[in-house]
Write a protein that binds this ligand. Structure first.
Ligand code: SAH
Ligand code: SF4
Length: 424
């Protein structure tokens, strides 16, 4: 979501004469777009804000701003803590950025505006400057109404607001016209897209599936409580809709799920997985997991391990519970000590790695359609691409170009990626 927001801010700033640079010393404007979902993300942002002060000292005309969720959460505190900042803008102020920067260019004051959390984000008409060349993001909604008790997102991004279907489809067409082959639709809970405007997510998926020139359509994130039969059917039948669902389960203990306010039980989640797999046998399922939530006993943790062994996710993002002030869970008794949290996450990662490897080993000698992304980061003779199921594939570069659709036979499956050779 932050990548998509940054691309939009870059688009707005272009209209007042700014272009992107990789060279910090050359920059006239420095923007840190922050996340505060976990403490580590905030620590990183604070670290960067401090570290980059040297640029402002060297070049006092440099305009230095902070945007995003941490800016929303901290507001004035940020300027107090880092007086070298010129502005702090909240998540609802994205479309103000050009005005704010122009104001500072002429008046040189400090601006803090976090007043519009949850307000209408009128960004539909912005032309984002998109990163990458094959795959891009299109936000379909903002905010979240779910209030999971550990999570800061609803507090810093406000209530759910859906963009209009026409705007979304027009944006996808625009991205395809400028060469993108794959689009990922973004929202905190895409399954509840349209509830506020009389539309449905399955309807949006089906409409987007008709866009000519688009090769692949992805979406994230899906909350298990709202994944409808219509959405499962749309994935099963839509030829561009990829067979991958990121379906965060968070935990395997009903007691913890209830305390998290996830509104499903482990059993209900398992039945949902069964239903999805019955309709789309090739589906890949990935998830988010949290260990060390307040009150998590050894037995609760075992239930989490049992659940991941039963589901066999293709991959999982694993997190240590991070106390976020302002969320209900931050005040829950029985907070878990760091040592226990670390021990549990290590075991969780070990078990999930074994499962991921087992799932990938089953793909040996199979042939997949791969959308070519480009050179690998470490070796320009190796190219990367992805299967429809979102698995990263590495292969020796021949004459492929980014955006090509090719067939690759998997020869060396590993835990996190697949190595293969091109099939002619
Ligand atoms: N809206 C998405 C995810 C948003 S945040 C969803 O509901 O699935 C991404 C992930 O961060 C969450 O799925 C959760 O696993 C994790 N997360 C959120 N708050 C957290 C916290 N306080 N501590 C640890 N992990 C957290
Ligand atoms: Fe956070 Fe829950 Fe909303 Fe996801 S669904 S953003 S975890 S409150």
């Amino acid at each position: 979501m932050n990548v998509a927001d940054s691309e939009r801010m870059a688009g707005l700033l272009k209209e007042i004469g700014y272009t992107l640079t990789d060279d910090f010393d050359e920059a006239d404007l420095l923007l840190i777009n922050t996340c505060c979902v976990r403490e580590t993300a905030e620590d990183k942002a604070f670290g960067k804000i401090g570290e980059l002060k040297r640029l402002k000292v060297k070049k006092p005309s440099l305009i230095f701003g902070v945007t995003g969720c941490m800016a929303q959460k901290e507001g004035e505190n940020l300027i107090k803590r880092a007086p070298h900042l010129d502005f702090v803008l909240g998540t609802g102020q994205i479309n103000e950025i050009a005005k704010v920067v122009e104001g500072i260019e002429t008046l040189h004051g400090q601006v803090v505006d976090v007043s519009n959390v949850g307000g209408k984000i009128n960004i539909e008409k912005i032309s984002p400057i998109r990163a990458g060349q094959v795959s891009t993001f299109v936000p379909i909604m903002y905010g979240c109404d779910n209030f999971c008790t550990y999570c800061i997102v609803p507090h810093v991004r406000g209530r759910e607001r859906s963009r209009s279907e026409e705007e979304i489809l027009a944006e996808i067409r625009g991205a395809v016209d400028s060469g993108f082959k794959e689009v990922t639709l973004l929202g905190q809970n895409v399954n509840s897209y349209g509830k506020d405007i009389g539309k449905t997510f399955s309807g949006l998926l089906t409409a987007a599936n008709e866009i000519s020139g688009l090769q692949r359509l992805r979406f994230m994130t899906s909350h298990p409580k709202d994944l409808s039969d219509e959405v499962i059917d749309a994935i099963a039948s839509g030829e561009k809709i990829c067979e991958h669902i990121h379906l965060p389960v968070q935990h395997g203990s009903d007691k913890i799920l209830k305390k998290m306010n996830r509104v499903y039980t482990a059993e209900k989640y398992l039945r949902l997985v069964e239903k999805i797999r019955a309709k789309i046998p090739e589906i890949s399922l990935t998830t988010d997991l949290i260990v060390g939530f307040p009150g998590e006993t050894e037995e609760d943790f075992r239930e989490l391990i049992n659940l991941i062994r039963e589901v066999k996710f293709d991959a999982a993002f694993t997190f240590i519970y991070s106390k976020r002030s302002g969320t209900p869970a931050a005040t829950f008794p029985d907070q878990i000590d760091d040592e226990t949290k670390h021990r549990r996450i290590e075991e969780l990662i070990k078990v999930q790695d074994e499962i991921s490897l087992e799932k990938n080993l089953a793909l040996k000698d199979k042939i997949f359609d791969i959308l070519v992304e480009g050179e690998s980061k470490t070796d320009k003779n190796i190219f990367t691409g992805r299967t429809r199921t979102n698995k990263l594939v590495l292969f020796k570069h021949g004459n492929e170009k980014p955006g090509d659709l090719i067939k690759v036979k998997i020869t060396q499956p590993q835990t996190w990626l697949l190595k293969g050779i091109r099939e002619i």
